[in-house]
Design a protein around this ligand. Structure first.
Ligand SMILES: Nc1ncnc2c1ncn2[C@@H]1O[C@H](COP(=O)(O)OP(=O)(O)O)[C@@H](O)[C@H]1O
Ligand SMILES: O=C(OP(=O)(O)O)[C@H](O)COP(=O)(O)O
Length: 432
């Protein structure tokens, strides 16, 4: 998908205008404290540009997946509902009432107020917080904004109309501004009112974060410095089929690690013990390997594995070759020979795209494959692009973030971009 011809904030006169900026401020929180500010820091260049150019800045974002509080409809979380459905019928009514009551009290944790406070610190200026999204408080505060001032609306997902891409809700958002800027890369794969719908009613351009994400990732896909190496890991083949399909057409080397690899082992006829496997994807794994062979791509899967007796952080473990996984053992990481094999493939790469850990990297005993790959990518001279999600978290935790060319701020969005899918939040923006 080529989005490089989209208008940016620099292509439009923002001085004195109300500018509605959609950011992805869906940051991880624990006990009311933001645990990773990457997405807020990522939004700063656009916000600073608008402030410096005397715009009246109105920021909006979602946070989590809350209930529709403004219509007073509180719905149960999917997981909660499943739990209640599994209860004996006689207990369900009481459990539902209790859960609904608890869900009402939950709403505060989805407020963007902590983000406004953090942003204010990072910007070194006040960020005015609205009590609602398109209600009287937001409208009054937006109308009163002076040039260079910044307002944060409440969580757009407090309205069910947001995720439904309801035109009236999009219009209500648009009515507060004269220009729309989308800089929410992490939410660009969603066709919601504030990420796409609003562009029907205002001149619509992208911010610097979206521009950076698409120019680096788009550049790698369209015109990669070769050899181009893709490393895919994580739990499931089904999550990455689209990415494999798209990248197999472009790369010189495709490396498959993590839980995904065991479906490929099965396709090769190996015994995989109790390793994670998607039986309905074995045939597809075979097809992928045949395709890679036909295209002359270097296709690498682990040659050895760290196997464990149970899925737990302190399980007994040992190292075995890939065609020698014993009955009752499960592969939780790639082994030392695979680490070397993968590191060697990365060493002379021109471009590396990496998405998904090589094993259960959350647990120390099964993190060495992911550490080795992160180190190899960091030590290479390649243009290195890390998809969001768990691989980004691993790279950051291991202290290699500074050595990577780009760590995407979007998990789902970067995957869809690498799949070559259209991102509605970018497709809706005006062309130059
Ligand atoms: N061998 C394995 N067995 C089971 N789970 C695994 C294995 N390897 C990796 N995983 C799990 O995969 C998950 C990450 O996968 P995924 O969400 O696809 O990655 P990303 O977020 O980077 O796209 C992690 O929770 C990790 O524990
Ligand atoms: O955190 C997000 O997605 P990600 O975890 O895939 O990066 C985005 O804010 C999108 O959120 P959503 O998946 O609730 O639409």
């Amino acid at each position: 998908m080529n989005y490089l011809n989209k208008k940016t904030v620099e292509d439009i006169d923002v001085a004195g205008k109300h500018v509605l900026v959609r950011c992805d401020f869906n940051v991880p929180m624990k006990d009311g404290v933001i645990t990773d500010t990457k997405r807020i820091v990522g939004a700063l260049p656009t916000i600073k540009y608008l402030v410096d150019h005397n715009a009246k800045v109105i920021l909006c974002s979602h946070m989590g997946r809350p209930h529709n509080i403004f219509n007073d409809v509180v719905k149960l979380d999917k997981k909660e509902k499943k739990k209640i459905d599994a209860m004996p019928e006689a207990e369900q009514a009481e459990a539902t009432a209790k859960a609904l009551e608890a869900a009402k009290g939950d709403v505060k944790k989805f407020s963007l107020a902590p983000v406004a406070a953090e942003l204010s610190k990072l910007l070194g200026k006040e960020v005015i917080m609205a009590k609602d999204v398109v209600g009287p408080d937001a409208k009054a505060k937006a109308a009163a904004l002076k040039d260079g001032e910044v307002l944060m609306l409440e969580n757009v997902r407090f309205h069910a109309e947001e995720t439904k891409n309801d035109p009236d809700f999009a219009k209500a958002l648009a009515s507060m501004a004269e220009i729309y800027v989308n800089d929410a890369f992490g939410t660009a794969h969603r066709a919601h009112a504030s990420t796409a719908g609003v562009a029907d009613y205002l001149p619509a351009v992208c911010g610097y974060l979206i521009q950076k994400e698409i120019s680096i990732m788009g550049g790698a896909l369209e015109n990669p410095k070769r050899p181009f190496v893709a490393i895919l890991g994580g739990a499931k083949v089904s999550d990455k089929i689209g990415v494999i399909n798209n990248l197999i057409e472009k790369v010189d080397t495709l490396i498959i690690g993590g839980g995904m690899a065991y479906t490929f082992f099965k396709a090769l006829g190996h015994e995989i013990g109790t390793s994670i496997c998607e039986d309905d994807k074995v045939e597809l794994a075979k097809e992928m390997m045949d395709k890679a062979k036909a295209k002359g791509i270097n296709f690498l899967i682990p040659v050895d594995n760290v196997v464990a007796t149970e899925y737990s952080a302190d399980s007994e473990w040992k190292i075995v070759d890939s065609d020698d996984i014993p009955e009752g053992w499960m592969g939780l990481d790639i082994g030392p020979k695979s680490r070397e094999l993968f590191a060697n493939a990365v060493k002379n790469a021109g471009t590396v795209v990496w998405n998904g850990p090589m094993g259960v990297s959350e647990w120390e005993n099964f993190a060495n494959g992911t550490i080795a790959v992160a180190k190899a990518v960091a030590d290479s001279n390649a243009i290195s692009i890390i998809g969001g999600g768990d691989s980004a978290a691993a790279v950051e935790k291991l202290g290699f973030a500074d050595k990577m060319t780009h760590i995407s701020t979007g998990g789902g969005a970067s995957l869809e971009f690498l799949e070559g899918l259209e991102l509605p939040g970018i497709a809706c923006l005006n062309e130059k």
